[in-house]
Design a protein around this ligand. Structure first.
Ligand code: NAD
Ligand code: UFG
Length: 338
């Protein structure tokens, strides 16, 4: 039996496959390579000695999905595939709804047709909006979502919840990720953004490696200790291990479950910059910039539920996240391009 990993060539997907192989699972990947390349899977093979079976295709393509479900014996799906850039989603809402919503509907329908009713979905802390309280538990009400990308996460959570209510044969785990950073310890796989990075850690590493001059820190007048925003950064390998625990949980037929995956520790933008400088030994020039629209001041989670029900705890600290991000970036200044 194998696990279908949609979006498996991407950042979180490739790290998750390494950990799935480590636990002896077979993996089939479906990815259209719109934001990744097959090289990441070759690197997974380098690390693990195993290469997942790869289908280049779209989650909206019924033919390729039918082929996969007919040829491979899939028992569950980890659904990472999706577009994820917040700013781009504001400019291209239709593309985001089409890719993330329409594509996922086709995937779910083909899963149902082939009687594969076990799924783990990549959701996001973005569904809490400006959270009603911190640390955020799974009971925290969903908040106002300010961009189409985040809306697709909220909508897909609702769609999966309604599917479960109509047909309790489904087992569905919604994982709400906080801020994944870091890379595999080998330095062979990591985050590989196209163009100017939107997110903090890839921007920092690109400044450190000399590809960009200076980091802009978006806002230093928030009501936090140093005035910059607080986030719950989580090492991508811990996040990947959270998926392995969730796959095991699916084997118990849990019904519908929701888990936060974070460390429970909040770090400010300046904490990340300062820790990165210590871990890498490289200076990162920065300047204060105005606040970025849509940023919430403070966002970190209570991950007790994942600990109690999945037996999962994030173990890698911010220093380790910075060290590993830097190893990846400094060894691969141009990502997967050689
Ligand atoms: P990523 O872009 O590196 O990986 C996503 C993968 O999906 C890419 O390989 C891309 O080519 C593929 N893809 C996109 N649309 C597809 C389609 N229609 N058919 C087939 N493949 C398609 O992103 P990531 O950081 O690894 O994120 C994985 C998932 O986690 C996404 O759903 C993302 O929204 C979610 N998530 C990410 C973060 C984060 O900060 N990285 C936070 C919360 C949630
Ligand atoms: N930041 C900077 N400068 C930069 C980039 C980011 O100061 O160049 C700051 C942001 O203002 C924010 C913090 O660094 O305070 C983290 O920003 P990221 O863009 O790295 O992460 P976000 O918390 O904004 O967003 C992430 C994911 C989204 C997800 C969201 C949910 O990228 O996909 O978490 O909380 F929806």
């Amino acid at each position: 039996m194998a696990i279908l990993v949609t979006g498996g060539a991407g950042y979180i997907g490739s790290h998750t496959i390494v950990e799935l192989f480590g636990e002896g699972y077979d993996v089939v990947v479906l990815d259209n390579l719109s934001n990744s390349c097959e090289k990441s899977l070759e690197r997974v093979e380098e690390i693990t000695g195993k290469k997942p079976k790869f289908y280049k295709g779209d989650i909206a393509d019924r033919e390729v999905l039918s082929e996969i479900f007919e040829k491979e014996s899939i028992e569950s799906c980890i659904h990472f595939a999706g577009l994820k850039a917040v700013g781009e989603s504001v400019a291209k809402p239709l593309e985001y709804y089409m890719n993330n919503i329409s594509g996922s509907l086709v995937l779910f329908d083909e899963m149902r047709k082939h009687n594969v009713k076990n799924i783990i979905f990549s959701s996001s802390a973005t569904v809490y909006g400006d959270p009603a309280f911190v640390p955020i538990t799974e009971e925290c009400p969903k908040g106002e979502i300010t961009n189409p990308y985040g809306q697709t996460k909220g909508m897909l959570e609702q769609i999966l919840t309604d599917m479960y209510k109509a047909d309790p044969e489904w087992n569905i785990i919604l994982l709400r990720y906080f801020n994944p950073i870091g890379a595999h310890e080998s330095g062979r796989i990591g985050e590989n953004p196209n163009g100017i990075p939107n997110n903090l850690m890839p921007y920092i590493t690109q400044v450190a490696v000399g590809k960009r001059e200076c980091l802009g820190v978006f806002g230093d007048d928030y009501d936090t200790e140093d005035g910059t925003c607080i986030r719950d950064y989580i090492h991508v390998v811990d996040l990947a291990l959270g998926h392995v625990k969730s796959v095991k949980k699916l084997e118990d037929k849990p019904g519908l479950k929701v888990y936060n995956l974070g460390t429970g520790v909040g770090s400010s933008v300046l904490d990340v910059v300062n820790t990165f400088v210590k871990a890498s030994g490289v200076d990162v020039p920065y300047e204060m910039k105005p606040r970025r629209a849509g940023d919430v001041p403070v966002n970190f989670c209570d991950a007790t539920k994942a600990k109690e029900e999945l037996g999962w705890v994030a173990k890698r600290d911010l220093y380790k996240m910075c060290e590993d991000s830097w190893r990846w970036q400094s060894n691969n200044p141009n990502g997967y391009e050689e």
